[in-house]
Design a protein around this ligand. Structure first.
Ligand code: VG1
Ligand code: CO
Length: 586
């Protein structure tokens, strides 16, 4: 295949954030933007001695606007870089967890060395919205920081890129193998099959089928016009027998429904954006019950654009993501994946401490890592390091407050896994009790045993970047100086800047958020988002613990309000940003 070398020059700002490189779509479409970044990734891989030559690369995405064009470009560049085989899901679609599964499990003997995920995840898509790309490694997980740092170095010195531009654009709509000569091929395969095969090793599908056919059970799964549609239809309706139509908005759209959709193209499963699901489950956007003229399903879930996020609900009941993580871990013995015992668990720093309480009681190791899934991978892969009695397999569950939950079957958060984990827990509990058990039942039982970590996150979107950085600096400068002082009748235990030393490879991640921790365990945390494309988003995380003998059925948003008042005082947020109220509360 003939290779063209195209001269180019560095483009400023090609720095991956919390999860890949995200920019306005038009910026990505501008001359050489994508090619510069993709070539920088290949240069990094070659520098790191990744077997790109003769290797297999996965390329697919969440179906957002411009994906078809970007995928064709990446395919042509991959062959120019020496790749022999490119794998794509049908339609160029693979959810983020499915792509992770494909990297880890597909094609015995010629496994892939990694893959590109063309997605900006929960960010809206379309010509006027966001585009993104992310590279995942041989273990199926996001590139670690040392690797993204190298990519950034390459983007700053790139002078040319290579592309096999004589290859015609390929039709990726159905399974087929294209033999392009010179030992190069593109294989298109069903986008669901590999992920489904992995999930079948995690769960007892028969028992979940039993729950779904229970006369009192009903469910709805809102795919928000993201990539989960084909997975939900095939797995939930096809394999598990949910009624046809249980999966809503299940056709992936390039703009996730766009401005006309109830969620304005913002395929982000939370109380604010998952408008249709929240209404159908008989709730308002504060998570409070509202009257409904239709029967309310017993179980509800939603996914984001690339299907790594999940929201879990039961009739008129919202399961907060931090709680969901803790409850799955508490009930992990009901999930076949952990039949030999769960060895470890982890949460991101801002995620509530509900998990820690469960881990302590169950006697399992619990880790606290910075925000973003890339930090979980090392822990999962460290089987022999941290869990010496297990040689290769490290039963592990992890999650984030941002509606991300997952386990060691892949190296990404996995929206479908979270849904199946809950269905599995409900199935086993229902089998045992004889009557239908709901998420609300599980939550009430959980809080009575462990207490409740009331929790909320305030997002201030689109604020001035310089001003929010000034605000963060003001708080950072005070680190360590507030211990012992009283705020709103609460005594401060510590205030610091979270820094993470990876226990496996010793790498250090500084500046991962500002923490105020009170004597009673309450926490206030500030971070700046690393996934936005314009201005800045300030995230404020609020947590208050109520012991098992305390008042367990209050409204979470009300309980944390006094903490919010303290947070505004500590940060002077209103003065710095000019914002009176958050854009989103979840
Ligand atoms: C956000 C969330 C974080 C999550 C990340 C990627 O990052 O807070 O928990 O891992 O999005 O999720 P940030 O830096 O904006 O706070 V996804 O579904 O967009 O890949
Ligand atoms: Co996502």
């Amino acid at each position: 295949l003939s290779v063209s070398t195209v001269p180019t020059s560095p483009i400023a700002g090609q720095k991956p954030g919390t999860s890949g490189l995200r920019k306005k779509t038009k910026e990505f479409m501008s001359e050489n933007y994508l090619a510069n970044f993709v070539q920088s990734v290949f240069n990094t891989l070659i520098e790191m001695k990744t077997p790109v030559q003769g290797g297999t690369l996965v390329v697919s995405g969440d179906g957002r606007f411009w994906n078809p064009e970007a995928i064709q470009i990446i395919i042509k560049m991959a062959f120019a870089a020496g790749v022999s085989r490119v794998w794509c899901g049908t339609g160029g679609l693979l959810s983020t967890p499915a792509l992770s599964a494909v990297i880890r499990a597909r094609g015995k003997g010629f496994e892939s060395f990694g893959g590109f995920i063309c997605s900006a995840s929960h960010n809206p898509g379309g010509i006027n919205d966001d585009y993104g790309i992310k590279y995942n490694c041989e273990n199926g997980g996001p590139s670690p920081e040392k690797m993204t740092d190298l990519m950034v170095e390459w983007t700053a010195k790139i002078a040319e890129y290579k592309i096999c531009d004589k290859i015609p654009d390929l039709d990726l709509s159905k399974p087929i193998t294209y033999d392009l000569g010179d030992g190069k091929s593109v294989e298109v395969f069903d986008c669901v099959e590999d992920h489904l095969a992995v999930l079948k090793t995690c769960f007892d599908f028969d028992s979940i089928r039993g729950l779904i056919s229970h006369p009192d059970f009903s469910m709805t799964y809102d795919c928000m016009s993201g990539v989960q549609g084909p997975y939900a239809i095939k797995i939930v309706e096809g394999e598990l027998g949910a009624a046809a139509g249980s999966c809503k908005n299940a056709v992936p759209l390039p703009d996730f429904g766009g401005p006309e959709s109830a969620w304005h193209g913002h395929a982000d499963p939370n109380l604010t954006y998952a408008v249709e699901l929240v209404r159908d489950m008989g709730l308002n956007k504060e998570g409070l019950p509202i009257a409904s003229d239709k029967p309310i399903p017993k179980f509800g879930a939603a996914a984001d654009g690339d299907a790594d996020r999940n929201m879990i609900l039961s009739s008129q009941f919202f399961v907060s993501p931090s709680d969901s993580l803790a409850m799955i871990v508490a009930n992990s013995d009901l999930i076949p994946q952990f039949k030999d015992g769960l060895k470890g668990c982890a949460r991101s720093m801002p995620t509530s401490g509900a998990l820690d309480i469960v881990a302590k009681k169950k006697g399992i190791e619990c880790f606290e890592v910075p925000t973003g899934w890339k930090f979980f991978g090392n822990l999962m892969d460290s089987g022999t390091h941290y869990f010496p009695d297990k040689k290769t397999y490290t039963p592990f569950i992890c999650g984030e407050e941002s509606f991300g939950t997952g386990a060691d079957h892949v190296r990404e958060k996995d929206g479908m896994w979270a849904v199946l984990a809950w269905l599995q827990i409900l199935a086993k509990k229902t089998e045992k009790s004889g009557k239908l058990v709901t998420c609300e039942d599980v939550a009430n039982e959980h809080w009575k045993e462990y207490g409740r970590n009331y929790y909320a996150r305030y997002d201030y979107e689109g604020v001035d970047k310089a001003k929010s950085e000034e605000m963060m600096k003001m708080m950072s400068d005070k680190a360590g100086s507030l211990a012992g002082q009283e705020f709103g009748g609460m005594k401060m235990k510590t205030n610091d800047i979270f820094e993470y030393v990876d226990p496996v490879d010793g790498s250090v991640s500084k500046n991962q958020g500002i923490r105020y921790i009170f004597e009673d365990g309450s926490r206030i945390i500030f971070r700046l988002s690393g996934t936005g494309v314009a201005g800045a988003t300030v995230r404020l995380y609020l947590e208050k613990y109520e012991a098992a003998d305390g008042s367990l059925n209050q409204h979470q948003f009300e309980v944390v309000k006094p903490l919010a008042a303290i947070a505004l005082e500590l940060s002077q947020l209103q003065t710095y940003t000019g914002r009176e109220t958050p854009t989103v509360i979840t």
